[in-house]
Design a binder for this molecule. Structure first.
Ligand SMILES: Nc1ncnc2c1ncn2[C@@H]1O[C@H](COP(=O)(O)OP(=O)(O)OP(=O)(O)O)[C@@H](O)[C@H]1O
Ligand SMILES: O=C(O)[C@H](O)COP(=O)(O)O
Length: 403
């Protein structure tokens, strides 16, 4: 049972501001389709069937990153999924946006400009502070209600997530409702056997604290990706440094070094670190090297096959497996082996399994693994692992406050 209003509680024919999360991979400047688009399209389709006028609010990347791009391509992908036009305005709360919103009629869909272009969106502040931003104060009066559908960003206390529900009638969209219900049910399950978590990806902030918080539930953590390399660095290995143009490691190391070292010390028996890694040789081919022999060289892009096989064995021998974050840059076929080996082993086993992460869930599509072979494929990453620990999500709290 949900503890917030959902779109089932909306009167038909309203003017709605709908926060979705279609934050996506960007390759060579081109936004890549993902399960996030398909899932949000389901919410939008239902809203159109009820004659609502829909303005969508979303983000892409973060300022300073090469994934921080316009949402124009997102509008095209959404339109394909919906088989319905999605207009785009490259403005979020200025004159152009307000004019486009005013023109909206029942059955129209409009995507507003990347909300992270507004300076007020990102700083993590209390919902009441976010409700006072010009972004919220300008857009809120133009709508009858707010629909929060961005479960995968519900762990961020950003204006578009927590500000609007403070000043508007607010409802959960289908994605929000389904993800919340599914992850809550997962959290309440008990498992008869070992529980394994595969923790990888690039976001130290979202993953490192999970080890401590899920210590009671998870028996072994298989580490990979950028996060795995940072743990290897904490363990005294010569990896996890910014070399040859990479910029993912040193700033995360500076921020999280104490936590990495403390957690490694306290939970060493439960942590499995890569024993080999893969990078690109001078001819552009995959090359695998044992961790012990590495001296600071080029960035590593995958775990090696010895590590992948060991993680796959651990996963197959588990009652439940949770995946958050990829073990390598699986978007490049040469560096997909680690993630695909482990995810395929999970798919083939009878264990209870959840695969999560906006990017990570794409492995299932790109490498033709059958979604039905997992108990759940969630489009959330950081939000899902936080919810697993029982930590409240601010984006849900603000919806519940209205009930
Ligand atoms: N060694 C590595 N170097 C660089 N990128 C890596 C490495 N290993 C994995 N990745 C990248 O990690 C990404 C997935 O992890 P990410 O931290 O983005 O989390 P996610 O699963 O998408 O969850 P979220 O929804 O929180 O974003 C993949 O796109 C993959 O390319
Ligand atoms: O992709 C995600 O995990 C969400 O869209 C949140 O994005 P963020 O990690 O940049 O806040």
């Amino acid at each position: 049972m949900t503890t917030f209003q959902t779109i089932d509680d909306l009167e038909p024919g309203r003017r709605l501001l709908v926060r979705i999360d279609v934050n996506a991979a960007v390759e060579d400047g081109i936004v890549q389709d993902s399960r996030r688009f398909a899932r949000h399209a389901e919410t939008i389709r239902e809203l159109l069937a009820d004659d609502h006028a829909v303005a969508l609010l979303a983000h892409q990347g973060r300022p300073g990153r090469d994934t921080f791009v316009s949402l124009e391509g997102h509008a095209e992908i959404l339109a394909d999924h919906l088989d319905h036009p999605v207009a785009f305005v490259a403005d979020t709360a200025g004159e152009d946006a307000l004019a486009a919103i005013e023109d909206l009629e029942s059955g129209d869909v409009l995507l507003l400009g990347n909300v992270r272009m507004c300076d007020e969106e990102l700083p993590e502040e209390e919902p009441d502070v976010k409700a006072e931003t010009a972004l919220v104060r300008t857009l809120a009066p133009a709508f009858d209600a707010y629909v929060g559908d961005a479960y995968s960003a519900a762990h961020r206390s950003h204006a578009s997530i927590v500000g609007f529900p403070r000043v508007m009638d607010a409802y959960a969209g289908r994605v929000m409702e389904r993800e919340y219900t599914a992850i809550t049910a997962v959290r309440e399950r008990e498992f008869d056997g070992p529980v394994t978590m595969v923790l990888g990806g690039t976001k130290a902030e979202d993953t490192i604290p999970i080890v401590e918080r899920l210590d009671d539930t998870v028996d072994r953590f298989c580490l990979g990706g950028v996060v795995g390399e940072l743990f290897l660095r904490a363990d005294g290995h010569d990896v996890g440094y910014d070399v040859a143009g990479s910029s993912r490691f040193d700033h995360q190391w500076e921020t999280h070094r104490d936590d990495l070292e403390r957690i490694l010390d306290a939970y060493r028996d439960e942590l499995f670190l890569p024993t080999d890694l893969a990078d690109e040789d001078g001819d552009g081919n995959r090359r695998e090297v044992p961790v012990d022999g590495i001296r600071k060289s080029q960035p590593f892009l995958d775990v090696g096959s010895e590590t992948a096989d060991r993680y796959a064995d651990l996963a197959s021998d588990s009652a439940a497996v949770f995946v958050k974050g990829a073990l390598g840059v699986f978007e490049d076929e040469r560096f997909a082996d680690g993630t695909v080996t482990v995810v395929s082993a999970i798919a083939e086993s009878d264990c209870f399994s959840v695969v999560g992460g906006g990017d990570t869930a794409r492995v299932v599509e790109l490498y033709d693994v059958d979604e039905d072979d997992f108990s759940r494929v969630t489009i959330a990453g950081g939000a899902y692992v936080r919810a697993l620990t029982g930590e409240p999500l601010v984006g849900i709290d603000v919806l519940e406050d209205q009930h």
